[in-house]
Design a protein around this ligand. Sequence first.
Ligand SMILES: Cc1ncc(COP(=O)(O)O)c(C=O)c1O
Length: 396
Amino acid sequence: MTTTATEVFSDRIGRIEISATMAVTAEAAKLRAQGAKLVDFGAGEPHFATPQHIKDAAIAAIQANFTRYTVVSGIPEVRQAIVDRHAADFGSSYAPDEAVFTTGGKLALFNAIEALIDHGDEVILPIPYWVSYKDIIQFAGGKVVYLETREAENFRLTADAIEAAITPKTKAIILNSPSNPSGAVVSPADLERIVRLAHERGIYVLLDECYVYLQFTGALVSGGSFTDCKEHLVVLGSLSKTYAMTGWRAGFALAPKPVIAAMTKLQSQSTSSPTAFIQKAAIAALRDSQECVAEMRADYLKLRDRILGRLAEIPGVTCTKPEGAFYVYPNISKYLGKSGVPSAMELSKRLLHEAHVVTVPGEAFGTNEHIRLSYATSHADVDEGLTRMKAFFAKL
Ligand SMILES: Cc1ncc(COP(=O)(O)O)c(C=O)c1O
């Protein structure tokens, strides 16, 4: 007799699914293996190499045999570097025991949600959203409350919309600004109103600041600067995109001491301490000159304008102007339906097979009429990819 998946696996694991981006990436890998020259707008990671001084710090730490377990929450020096960087850039006010270093920003998010969300708790999640939130919330047993934003308003998130979605069961709100996938930035005024509203209602705001340094709209803004609301703030940080360190797995959280203690307890029973020498590299990244961050941001801004200009050449494709991160989220609805392809997923697949351009379909982010393109790539690839796309759409 054969056992079925429902008999073997926990309810918990059945509540999540493998990332919706996997279907396209798996097919892309197959085509690449067959020798196809793909233009890859799929991967959400910087095309830059990790800056040399960060690599040097890791190598020096290994040579100095800094290769053993550390304290679970990260060595005091890395937590001090995290709180100092955030205070200097955003005016936040955290002590090192209000910080935990994690093996990537995603783990900080996972640990925070596992520590805070119980069965039946509601978490407000604005659409479009980064793929992993809903699965991580559901893994914890929480209920995702989706919140529509309007494309005509640049996917703007307002305190009024959040307020309307709050129920007695609301435990947390996810804010991801700049947003993956839309690049939308919550305005400083909206951010303050949301943070204050949540604080008054005793609701946690999980601020995913993965792209906080990749804002193109003047001053960098963090909800962490509203220090009088910090009792209900959990800042989730990542070094991945800021310092081109995706493979290093370096992230952190800033939160009230009891929340950090709960997250650390969970970490103590899963990954234990983060990798020792990565912590030394993170200190170099956070403490040394931030020139590299500004240089990369300047290139992303040029790439954004280049890709927006090229997208505008495709009849019927419209696109909001991203104010941060390194994604564009064009609306391709004119090409869907009767005379076109049935879905964004199908469109992405055809773009891959017929034009050899990798994109991620909007279904992964909770909308059906978009595709996401990461422009964290070379200017030449942007040109080549958009030339191919223009020809593809002309034939549809
Ligand atoms: C919105 C958002 N949050 C968090 C992460 C996690 O980044 P990491 O785990 O590499 O630090 C990502 C990665 O793509 C992201 O796009």
